[in-house]
Structure formats: structure tokens, C-alpha cells
Design a protein around this ligand. Structure first.
Ligand SMILES: N[C@@H](CCC(=O)N[C@@H](CS)C(=O)NCC(=O)O)C(=O)O
Length: 414
């Protein structure tokens, strides 16, 4: 019988809990909740991952509790003594290091990352500097420990080494470049040794570590004379963190597209078809039979700054945020944006149906709408039609710059 279900996102803490479960060869089912946090929250109201559900209603959150539980659950005294400590003092030192990394260090890193990348928290220089300072202090202490000892808490690789090792790789992949890491040479040395431990072997790829640390780029000043400067003058998505997580609100009481009146093509019927019927065999043929190109236009939508994207789940979250901010216009729109590629080499593209012949009145309710480019698609052109079908069915690789790229994720705007 399965020993339970571990709910994760495929990076950071979730990834770590999964690696421990695998190493211990536990019979635990792994569920990635990235795309369905709402269902996850029904059972884990804080919505924080990882979470664990064991037999008979036993439930855990908190990564430390989960990995400790897994290690004890294995029932192998030798493994438990090595990973969790073999006497009172060792046990306490390991727990202390785990706790400090998880709360002090990651507690500073998490808002730092969000502010720096403009993903979810407004940029605040003082706060970013404070968080960086906290992290430098902790990195400094850990580095000092590793100048004198081989491992962080005991004389062997403990769970604290493994946990910090995995976190270190994450920071090195998303923000901290060689310039930051080289300040802590003992940690860099230790990283190489510990990343070969069976729990982590092959999990993180140091060839993906950044050379240069990511720095925040202040938004460019907007042109004074126009309320809506041209796309080229607009700041990039990552430079507009202040508006990143604000919900979209229609600026005027009436949406401008309301003026176009009621259409003969029923967008609601289409959304129902799309949601309830098989996409290729039923929904798409219905769409092309009923679509009215005078009432609605079709757009290829591309994120302009694909080279700034890092982890695919973060790209997908970016799309989710964009769609949330489009909520003021969603009754005039339908579409899908997909994420193609892999971590540190991915992009966002898609196809969107919009009431009227212009994309702007629908999209401009989202403060970050100019981070995307919009190309009108001609529904009488077979190639365009094929692109739209592929984006909405999202079951085949997408061709980008002549290359086939796998679609890894996506979101529906409806
Ligand atoms: N204290 C919790 C924190 C878990 C946590 O913050 N997880 C992140 C992912 S690593 C998360 O779920 N973030 C989503 C959110 O903050 O809503 C633990 O250590 O397990």
C-alpha cells in the first residue's frame, strides 16, 4: 500500500522533499500542484508546498517536518543516524541548521527574488538591500563553518547539508552569479562534494549556474506627452514590478468594447464548447463554423522578453498573472498562451480571440500588456488557422524560429 502522497512544485523545497523520498525508496506518490493550487488549497489551506498526506488522514506541511518524517518512516537506523544525527547534540545542530536555512535564509531569499525579478512583489530598494544583507550574513557564517569543518552540522553529510546544497543550486540558477558565489569559496568547494551525495546526484546542473548576478533594472521614464507611449518606449515586464501583482480594474465604468454591441457569434457558447467538448474533434470545428471575422479578430501573442525567463513554472505563473489582470476584459476575449522549451530556455506564445478589430482595447486593462507583442492572424490563411488550432489544442510542439519546441505548460483565458 502506498505510504502517502507528496504534493510539490518541481523546484526548491518541493524538489528536495521528493529527492529524499526517492533516495529512501519510499512508496510515495508525487503530485505536482503547480497548475492546480486551488484544489491543493482545499486540503492545505495555506497553499504552501510541499505538503504530505499519509494513510488514515495523517497530514503534514513544512518541509523540515516532512523530510524528518520520511527519514524516520524508512526505519533504517543507520540512515537516520547519519542524516538526522546520532546523539542529542548532533540532532539539535542539524535541526538548527535546517531551521536557519529554511526560515532565516529562504525567508530573506524568497521576497528578494520576487522583488528583483518583478514577479509578485513591488520592488523596494531598502527591502531588497536588507534581504541581501541578511543572506550575506548567513552565507558568511556557513562559509566560516566550512572553512573549519567538512560539513555544516556534523562530521558526515546530514540532511542540513543536503537541504542547503539544493537551495544553493537554486539561488545560483536564478539570481546569484559567480560574483556572489566567489565570496564564499568554502561553500563553493563543499557544494561540489555534497551535490554528489545519492540524494542529490544529477539533480542540479552546475553548468546552468549564472556567471553574473541578476540586478534589478529600474523602469525607464515614460514619455510625458502621451498617456500610452508606443510599445518600444515602454518598460519591460521585469522592469514594471510595481504593477505586477495588482489586479486589473477597468479604468472606466463601461468597457469600450461594450460600444460594439452584441455580437451574433456567441463567445459564451464557444467557451462552453471549448471547456466541455474534445478540442480537436468537436470544439475547433464548431469554432471555425461559427466564427465571424467581422465581429472578432484573432491575434498571435508573444512575450517580448523570453530571454529573461528562467524556470518554466515561473513563466507559466507570469501568464497566470497576466490573465488575472485581464479579468476586466475577459468577457470580450478567449485564448491560450503556452510555455514552450525547458528551464532557462523557454518562451511564451499563443493565440487570442478578441472582440473588434483592434487588440488594444481588450488588452490594455492589464498594466503589463505591452510586455507582449500582438500580430493579427488572418483566419482565411491555412497556416494561421493551424497555428490557432495548435495553440488552443496545445497538444503538439510549437515551431519557433524554425525549431520544434515542446509545450510544457500553458493557461487558458476564458
Ligand atoms: N514554511 C514552509 C514554507 C513553504 C513555502 O513557502 N513554499 C513555497 C514554495 S518553495 C510556496 O508554497 N510558495 C507559494 C506561496 O507562497 O503562496 C516550509 O518550509 O515548507
Amino acid at each position: 500500500m502506498s505510504q502517502g502522497t507528496l504534493y510539490i512544485q518541481p523546484t526548491g523545497r518541493g524538489l528536495f522533499a521528493k529527492c529524499v523520498a526517492k533516495f529512501l525508496e519510499l512508496d510515495v506518490d508525487i503530485v505536482d500542484v503547480t497548475n492546480d493550487l486551488e484544489t491543493y488549497k482545499k486540503e492545505f489551506p495555506l497553499g504552501l508546498v510541499p505538503g504530505f498526506k499519509g494513510p488514515e488522514g495523517f497530514q503534514l506541511t513544512e518541509v523540515i517536518a516532512i523530510v524528518y518524517y520520511f527519514i524516520e518512516l524508512k526505519g533504517d537506523e543507520k540512515i537516520a543516524a547519519t542524516l538526522l544525527g546520532s546523539n542529542l547534540e548532533e540532532k539539535a545542530q542539524i535541526l538548527r541548521t535546517m531551521s536557519s536555512v529554511n526560515s532565516d535564509l529562504i525567508g530573506a531569499f524568497s521576497p528578494y527574488l520576487k522583488m528583483l525579478l518583478g514577479r509578485g512583489l513591488p520592488y523596494n530598494k531598502k527591502s531588497v538591500d536588507d534581504h541581501k544583507h541578511t543572506m550575506e550574513k548567513i552565507f558568511g557564517l556557513l562559509n566560516k563553518r566550512l572553512e573549519e569543518y567538512t560539513y555544516l552540522a556534523t562530521e558526515e553529510v546530514s540532511v542540513a547539508d543536503l537541504y542547503f546544497n539544493n537551495f544553493y543550486a537554486f539561488t545560483a540558477t536564478v539570481v546569484f552569479g559567480e560574483d556572489f558565489r566567489s565570496q564564499y569559496p568554502a561553500i563553493a568547494r563543499w557544494y561540489k562534494t555534497v551535490s554528489n551525495h545519492p540524494v542529490l546526484k544529477g539533480v542540479n546542473d552546475s553548468s546552468k549556474f549564472l556567471k553574473q548576478s541578476v540586478v534589478y533594472q529600474a523602469p525607464k521614464k515614460e514619455s510625458k506627452k502621451a498617456d500610452k507611449p508606443k510599445a518600444a518606449e515602454k518598460p519591460k515586464a521585469a522592469e514594471k514590478p510595481k504593477v505586477e501583482e495588482q489586479p486589473a480594474e477597468p479604468k472606466k465604468p463601461k468597457h469600450p468594447l461594450e460600444l460594439l454591441g452584441k455580437s451574433t457569434f456567441s463567445l459564451d457558447d464557444w467557451k462552453r464548447k471549448y471547456s466541455n467538448e474534445d478540442t480537436r474533434p468537436v470544439a475547433l470545428p464548431w469554432f471555425w463554423e461559427n466564427y465571424n471575422s467581422e465581429e472578432y479578430s484573432l491575434w498571435k501573442v508573444d512575450f517580448k522578453y523570453n530571454d529573461e525567463l528562467t524556470l518554466t513554472f515561473m513563466s507559466n505563473n507570469l501568464v497566470g498573472g497576466f490573465f488575472n489582470r485581464l479579468s476586466g476584459s475577459v468577457k470580450y476575449m478567449f485564448g491560450c498562451l503556452v510555455v514552450y522549451g525547458e528551464n532557462n530556455n523557454n518562451g511564451i506564445t499563443g493565440a487570442v480571440l478578441v472582440r473588434g478589430q483592434d487588440f488594444a482595447p481588450a488588452f490594455d486593462v492589464a498594466p503589463d500588456w505591452e510586455s507582449y507583442s500582438y500580430t493579427k492572424l488572418d483566419a482565411s490563411n491555412e497556416e494561421s488557422k493551424e497555428f490557432i488550432n495548435n495553440m488552443w489544442a496545445w497538444d503538439k510542439p510549437v515551431v519557433v524560429d524554425g525549431q520544434e519546441r515542446e509545450i510544457v505548460d500553458g493557461k487558458v483565458l476564458k
